[in-house]
Design a protein around this ligand. Structure first.
Ligand code: NIG
Ligand code: FE
Length: 399
């Protein structure tokens, strides 16, 4: 296995707060200045001050004074779909409001797409995300909404990631209009049987126009009995009991949480359920942002994710989400970066990604900037110079 050292790192974010070379003032980010990283195969072998670079390195790459951060861990996406909804977006920007019902127009396109087209679409979006630094990506199904189309969606997702989430309960499809309970029974029965072997997670859109708390509890409980771990969409469009339910069931994450009550925030803070914020959705639906400061002040673990989907947030860019979270949600650049890396890893219950510690995956981003702060300071600029995943450079220009 090749041992590669990256040197000439102006600022290395390790997300290891007790790193022996970390700046004391850098807190959870564990920032090492004038640093180097040694990768052995697909793992991190060593990180520290460049002056202490160990011997036994086969290859040295000098980054010329650039910042290095852990690869982004994007814990919430909907990549398995066909078609787009640019007309709906344009109408919204002209004053229409967003509703869950738009999902059904994507369902029609997704059902008409071949397996090859679905897999191609998932790979295109995962590749787009990777070029912007996302080295670990989660994706849901949820635009098939029949046993076969949900199964096909998950097969497509599995071509790019093992972080696959069964979201048969996204909305009630048109053919079940007025028969929501029959659809819930299908999701918990035959659809779950077909999809559980292809999934790590189970999710429900618990909100107005989608599923209520009782339906959500029934579906998630059935999923848990089938060996899946719950995560859910809660409080995106209106307040409700979804966030408390996430905590009650020990869900890995409650996502959106835009309409969180004080009790919801307290419940999240006292739990292992991560609060995943999706600023792309508020941006693209022109909605009010979640109160990140309240969640952070309470002590909740906060993740940031892209929520790439054709309706409410058609972006794969975590640099964009970081910039919005800093500018409009008042997260600090350090908090936003942590949430898009270590926070995402916590939301996926992973300890091998989201940090650059010895033994962790050699997944990292080289920024064409001297500091990670530039991710928010230089919005819209393609600062991702190179991406290394599993110890290999998978995208980027030569230095
Ligand atoms: O996370 N909230 C539910 N699902 C997506 C939106 C899906 C759509 O509009 O197509 C979301 O925002
Ligand atoms: Fe979503």
């Amino acid at each position: 296995m090749t041992v590669t050292a990256l040197t000439g790192i102006s600022q290395l974010v390790t997300n290891d707060p007790v790193h022996e070379y970390a700046e004391a003032s850098s807190g959870p980010l564990g920032v090492v200045l004038d640093a180097a990283v040694v990768m052995d195969g697909d793992r991190v072998r060593w990180t520290g001050s460049a002056t202490r670079l160990p011997s036994g390195v086969d290859q040295v790459v000098d980054l010329g004074g650039r910042a290095v951060v852990p690869g982004f861990v994007d814990s919430h996406n909907h990549l398995a779909f066909a078609g787009d909804r640019s007309d709906e977006f344009a109408a919204r920007m002209a004053g229409e409001s967003y509703s869950a019902g738009g999902i059904r127009s994507t369902v029609a396109h997704t059902r008409a797409a071949s397996d090859t087209d679905l897999a191609r679409s998932v790979r295109r979006l995962a590749g787009e995300a990777l070029r912007q630094g996302t080295t670990t990506i989660e994706s849901k199904s949820g635009y098939g909404l029949s046993v076969d189309d949900e199964r096909r969606s998950l097969e497509a997702v599995r071509t790019v990631t093992t972080e696959s989430t069964f979201l048969g309960a996204h909305v009630v499809p048109a053919e079940f209009a007025g028969r929501a309970d029959d659809y819930v029974a299908l999701v918990m029965g035959e659809m779950l049987d077909a999809c559980a072997p292809l999934s790590r997670w189970i999710d429900v859109f618990c909100d107005v126009g989608a599923f209520d708390v009782d339906q959500t509890r029934a579906i998630l409980t059935a999923g848990m009995a089938a060996g899946l771990t719950p995560r859910l969409h809660a409080g995106q469009l209106a307040p409700g009991g979804g966030i408390q339910l996430a905590v009650e069931l020990g869900a890995a994450s409650a996502d959106h949480v835009t309409y969180a009550s004080d009790e919801d925030v307290e419940a999240l803070a006292g739990s292992t359920t991560v609060a995943t914020l999706l600023p792309g959705a508020e941006f693209s639906t022109r909605a009010v942002y979640p109160d990140a400061r309240r969640l952070l002040a309470a002590g909740a673990t906060v993740a940031l994710a892209a929520d790439c989907n054709p309706g409410s947030s058609y972006t794969t860019s975590l640099p964009f989400c970081i910039a919005v979270a800093v500018r409009d949600m008042r997260m600090t650049p350090a908090e936003a970066l942590w949430s898009a890396t270590a926070g995402g890893a916590a939301a996926l219950r992973r300890t091998d990604v989201g940090r650059l510690a010895v033994g962790a995956a050699a997944d990292l981003i080289v920024l064409d900037a001297p500091s990670y702060v530039h991710l928010a300071y230089r919005p819209g600029v393609p600062l991702v110079e190179a991406v290394w995943r599993g110890g290999e450079r998978v995208s980027g220009r030569a230095f």
